[in-house]
Design a protein around this ligand. Structure first.
Ligand code: AOF
Ligand code: ZN
Length: 344
């Protein structure tokens, strides 16, 4: 049986929930009949709504799933949350075999045990690495009680994000910038700074925006404030006014304490953050970042006084560099997207 083929379909289906299921995981499901013909698919579309397995099984009403196989990227749940346990419906519908990608890291879930106790065969670990990558946000949230932090930057071949005068529009092509919108959609909030707002007046359309503006230098009429929930971290004000959540933050080494920002974000229910800022913030955030999306355009600025994408620190030996592991490279028009992870 080519379980990997169906698991890939589950992963693709699961991605339909991007932007709508947080704090839940992304889950997709395929159902085969007893002769291994695909008879239904489903996915978790929105937080609070049906899980993927329920979505797929409820589309079947003639019992054709009896003695069939259910494939899903995450261990089916066995607890009552916003929805009843998926295991109960799987058992009720007479499924004979469940194939899953990864165990659920939610301690409330023990679906494998429940399915096996009901006499269902369980095959585990199909495309496990891919399934874990798909739900890297959910895994970090559940195991560490912290938001997942990603960072996006767009640079020239020599790692510049602007010229020395601040000109930065546009480094990458339109098709790369369209991809950025899709990336944003994977995260609960975006984070940027007053310097980026003052330099670029970006729109950054998103549901939730975290803005670091220590001295409240930005104009609340700037484009970024025109939509979304705003969390404005600063040194003095702590209040809700004019649709903006002003949050007073402590200062550490002359900057807003990022540790405080991420802890506060977690308290506010923000499970994942995409940082889109300049070299200074990018450098400071590097210690917290789980994943980086770097778009590179085939251009050389050659301007030695221009800021690079990470103004991190001064070192003497190349062996002191912070190291990463590259997960993927993709082309968007003439630009490359490199996705890489911090080595823990
Ligand atoms: C599945 N399939 O499609 C999802 C699962 O409050 P609830 O009812 O939505 O339950 C949320 C928990 O259920 C979540 O923390 C995770 O453990 C699991 N999510 N499980 O079998 C799904 N979304
Ligand atoms: Zn479930």
């Amino acid at each position: 049986m080519d379980y990997e083929k169906y698991m890939n379909i589950c992963i693709q289906l699961a991605k339909n929930g991007e932007g709508n299921v947080s704090p839940n995981p992304l889950v997709g499901c395929v159902v085969l009949d007893k002769d291994d013909n695909q008879i239904s698919t489903g996915f978790h579309a929105k937080y609070g709504q049906n899980h993927a397995e329920r979505d797929a099984l409820l589309k079947l009403s003639n019992g054709e799933e009896k003695d069939g196989t259910l494939i899903v990227n995450l261990e089916p749940c066995s607890h009552f949350g916003k929805t009843p346990p998926c295991t109960d419906l799987i058992i009720e519908r007479g499924i004979k075999k469940v194939v899953l990608g990864m165990r659920d890291v939610n301690p409330k879930v023990s679906g494998i045990q429940k399915l096996q106790d009901a006499g269902i065969e369980v095959v585990e670990g199909v495309l496990e690495d891919e399934c874990k990558k798909l739900n890297e946000i959910f895994i970090k949230n559940m195991t560490e009680n912290k938001p997942f932090i990603a960072l996006k930057t767009a640079t020239t071949l020599d790692g510049k994000i602007a010229t020395s005068s601040g000109s930065s529009k546009w480094i990458t092509s339109e098709i790369a910038r369209e991809e950025v919108k899709k990336i944003r959609n994977r995260y609960d909030a975006i984070l940027t700074t007053s310097s980026t707002i003052l330099k670029d007046n970006p729109k950054m359309i998103h549901k939730k925006k975290i803005i670091l503006d220590r001295n409240l230098k930005t104009n609340l009429e700037a484009d970024i404030y025109k939509n979304g929930e705003i969390y404005l971290f600063n040194e003095t004000l702590d209040m809700f006014e004019g649709g903006v959540n002003f949050i007073k933050a402590p200062i550490k080494e002359d900057k807003i304490d990022l540790n405080f920002v991420f802890e506060k974000a977690w308290e506010l229910g923000i499970k994942s953050i995409l940082i889109e800022a300049g070299g200074h913030l990018n450098g400071n955030a590097l210690e917290y970042v789980d994943k980086i999306y770097q778009f590179i355009a085939p251009k050389i600025a050659g301007d030695n006084s221009a800021l690079s994408c990470f103004d991190y620190r001064k070192i003497t030996e190349i062996s002191e560099c912070k190291n990463f592991t590259i997960q993927a490279t993709e082309m968007f028009g003439n630009d490359v997207l490199i996705t890489y992870y911090a080595i823990q």
